[in-house]
Structure formats: C-alpha cells, structure tokens
Design a protein. Sequence first.
Lengths: 121, 106
Amino acid sequence: EVQVVQSGPEVRKPGTTVKISCKFSGDTFGDYYIHWMRQAPGKGLQWLGLVDPEDGDTKFGDNVQGGVTMTADPSTDIAYLELTSLRSDDTAMYFCAADTKSLGSIYLDPWGQGTQVTVSS
Amino acid sequence: IQLTQSPSFLSASVGDSVSMTCRASQDISNYLAWYQQKPGKAPKLLIFTASTLHTGVSSRFSGSGSGTEFTLTIDSLQPEDFATYFCQQLAVYPRTFGQGTKLEIK
C-alpha cells in the first residue's frame, strides 16, 4: 500500500526559510509524481506544483511565487518543499500527494496528513 | 483552466440526496476528480475520470459529466458525509481545484 507521511508543524519568522518533507513508501518512488498543495485557513486548495522523483523535473502552478522549490531524493524516497522569504500569508497547511504515472496522472492518492506552517514575528 | 463549483454551501438532512456541480472554463474531457475533506484532515479521493468510484468509497457517491460540466451526487446522506467537496481538473497543467462546496447538516 502506497503511503506518504509528512514532517511536523513548523513556526518561522517572516523572511526566513522552511523545508518540509514527504516520505513515500509502499512502491517505486520513481513511478509516481509528488504534488504539493497549500490550504490557507478557512480557504480552498491551491495547487503549488509537482516534482518527478525520476529526473527532478518540476511543474508549477499559476501565481506560485519564485520562493518555492520542489525536490526529491530517490535514495531516501523523500520529496521536499522549500519556501523562502516567508511572509505572513504563507501561513497555511501544506499537503503532498502521490500521482501514479502509469495510470496517466488521473488522480491524487494517497495524500499526506498535512504540515502546518505558521509565519509570525 | 478555472473550475467553478456550485453551490458554495449546501444544507441537507440525513437521508436526503444532494447534487453539486463543477464547471470548467474549457473542455477537460473526463479528466476530473472529486475529493472529500473533513475539518483538520487531508482530502480523500472519491471519484476519478468524472465517474469512476475510487476503491472503498461508498456506492452512495456517484459522478457524471464530461467536457465542461460535472456533477457529484450523494444518495441517502449519512452523518459522515457532511464535509467539504472539491473538484480538480487533471487535463492540463497547471492542475487546478474548484473552490469547494461545503455540505452542512440542516
């Protein structure tokens, strides 16, 4: 069974950097894309982008700021989302989710449990 | 591609049947998924390719549509169905989500 487990909550000051992780297990990491989503308090889901663990290729959502980096480490089966120059409006729950390449990228499942990032001075 | 869900809020009682809509700004064929999200939890996949029920999801859920208009129907509402529902298009990049429909108990 494929599972993705995210790292714990983070608190940062404005202008700093945070890197959250998404540990994949249960199948071949390179056979999946890892997507990242953001959900601000009381709001809907924003698609941030994805990373392909096989070659590191990335795709980004519209209006995703330049301070977003997505990487994946095939040696550990972990994907990372790094946010730099944090602002208070980056305060949100961040989710990762797996996407099966062989099925033609037709859904996101499973999802991680979410990582709360709080940006406050 | 923009996805517009309606209504934004839906009030219903246990045992009712409800439907909600997701409209795409362009033709996305059947590349649409529906997710259920409860407060403080991650979204869960319900339906993919517009009408295919995900493994383990109750048959009370059904999806229909193609092109630009899609519908999620829930028959015989159960207490555990009261949640927020999101649609997502997987036809093109960037992937996008609808703004959600919150299903509340009347």
